[in-house]
Design a protein around this ligand. Sequence first.
Ligand code: GLU
Length: 474
Amino acid sequence: MTTHVTNEVSFRKSVNLTVEMAIATLDLPEGLAYYIESVDNVYQIRFPVKIKGKIESFIGWRAVHGEHKLPVKGGIRFAPNVNQDEVEALAALMSYKCALVDVPFGGSKGGLAIDPRRYDEESLEKITRRFAFELMRKDYIGPATNVPAPDMGTGPREMAWIASTYKAHKMDDIDHMACVTGKPVSQGGIRGRVEATGRGVVFGLREFFRHPEDVKMAKMEGGLEGKKVIVQGLGNVGYHAAKILEEEDGAKIIAVLEYDGGILNPDGIEIEDLAEYRKNNKGIKGYPKGTYVEDSSTLLEEECDILIPAALEGVINQENASRVKAKLIAEAANGPVTFGADAILNQKGVVIIPDAYLNAGGVTVSYFEWIKNLSHIRLGRMQRRYEERQNAELIQAIEASGTAVSENLRKSLLQGADEIDLVRSGLDDTMRMAFQFIRERYWSRDNVSSYRIAAMAIAVEKIANNVMEQGVYP
Ligand code: GLU
């Protein structure tokens, strides 16, 4: 897929300009705004790894944006073009994201400049372990200080290697499992983490569609059922969001954009079928149930209700924004709409549900995983059977009074909450509450021009209050 970025500020600058617009709606003490915007520290590391007898050197970063709360939190990205500006922008977004959804972490992000597809598993393990060790050595990984997670190009496998590296060096740290999240369930991970960002996107959209006033603003009506959706990027986030929207909400996924082209089918694409095809054919080219479009970026401009950019930053920019026909843009990726494009879209009346809110499902469930690791017990383990027994007694009492309990109600009452139920319920609650705060801020203040500014203003305000209440050391 090609993107044509013209005359755009950097990703970091783009985030800062947005934050400055949000700050303009607040009344912050002098100097504090500048501190909040700025990255606290960033570590750049170059290290060698012997791959198949040859020495290769790698460069990576870990940026820390807000240490007002510890640990700081955020993924590690493996991508060939990752750079310090990008990592800093992403670290800043993590701070705002955590504040917005009340996850008690500061923000951080890591990146390693590598194309993971060029390496076999053994080499990737060596590289990941070495990177993790270098970060650990400088206190950029630790359960109380800085807790990485998956991001683009990394997943549960890499997180397991990071956890194992940390454990090997810190065997006496009883909380070693909490040094990283997004691990496989067998390695201390939590059920529902893999789907969390995508499911969070859907929970956010469901909440949006619960507010007719907001839906009307986006020139739509009704719920998600039958809505025409375009998804850019069928990675972990895009895949889960699209699959859940199609299977659980009855939305119609009319186009999917991937790096090797796009598929368009106005009658709807079955996501699982397409994902299966992609797995077997190493790409979506040739998928028979739809029209193949080689330059998939043109599909961003197709008529639809909801456009979900779920891959890279900057895909909707000043060059193509005026041609976007979606009514609602749901930012599943971080920074998919540039600062310049945001202004164009706002003027056109396109409603945008911003990244800092909409993709916060990943870090929310990471928080649940971190708590699970620190408490050393699976969520629901203590109370599940107890709840089932209590509910059984309740049903008995109701029936003894002569009232029948329906089969469906009986089934749901007799099923105590398991880990996955609790994770989904906690995530749903988080996404609903945060959206309600954002829309409330948007509708109640004349100087707040979009959900994005509302979200950023809430986040900055919370961070500012936190910093002020703690006082400034020394
Ligand atoms: N990389 C994800 C994000 O950008 C998840 C971060 C985390 O779970 O810490 O939000």
